[in-house]
Design a protein around this ligand. Sequence first.
Ligand SMILES: [Cu+2]
Length: 326
Amino acid sequence: MLVGIGVTVISLWYGQNHGLLPVAASDEASQIDGLFNTMMTISTGLFILVQGIIIVAAIKYRRRKGDNTDGPAWHDNLPLEILWTALPAVIILGIGVYSFEIYNSMGGLDPMGAHDHGTMKMQAKMRGSAIAATLSDMEQKTPQIPSRKLVALGVGASPENEEKAPDLVVNVTGLQYAWIFNYPESGVNSGELHMPVNRDIQLNISASDVLHAFWMPEFRLKQDAIPGRPSELRFTANKVGEYRIVCAELCGAYHGAMKGLAVVHPPEEFDTWLQEQQVASTQNLEQAVAVNPGELSDGEFLAPYTSELGINSENLKQLHPTHHHK
Ligand SMILES: [Cu+2]
């Protein structure tokens, strides 16, 4: 009786104080941690019980000096067998139902649901976006809504957010060996995932070459990034700070270096960041246009090469001004 109470108290304490998990930075994380801590409590109890019995038995039933007889032959103990079959079955069933409940409340049972108006509205918006159209091919690739025949992948809207569009959509592309983030509403591209705190965020995840896995340990979220198959993560970051993004699928020689940064801002700070990025990307587009060789005259096009070619600028001016390189 005393031993039972002792084991229970130790297990309950260790289940809450194991210190194995990093900080929990999303609404979803606390639920996952609840499940993990429950399993930790049960495992600690079982560990102490099994190891305790082994140690006690090894001491109590050790061979005494001069005793060369066989031990008693034991077989078939029906009540014991029923107990050690039923107990794990009940525990596993309980954990199964518990984790199913958590997965459901996170939105894991219906990712990219047919009623997900958020994604569809967002994609319609993107098709009309002039900024998105000028982006390079790779970044512009938007995950399509999968055909009904495919199983949708990821974590979708929680049941209470089902009919709501997400506050922010970010397209995530995994490629050897980086994560690229595209904000379809503003046309911003970034190598870091910036987002506002306490907002409903939707990540549309895809890969442009091989399998990757998008893992945010502090958010307790992980989702495969698959070429040709979009997947989704929908969640709420609830702590301002910087967090790791890790590729969790061996994707090539530099897989170990495929890390990223998730930055959770207060909402106003996020808006400022987004505006800064928009300004920066507009400047980049103008620079790209300025060096488009198709728009240069022969003289302008050849000017940087004159010293290599041994031509002076006077000779360049003699070239026919209407002749353009295409
Ligand atoms: Cu990878």
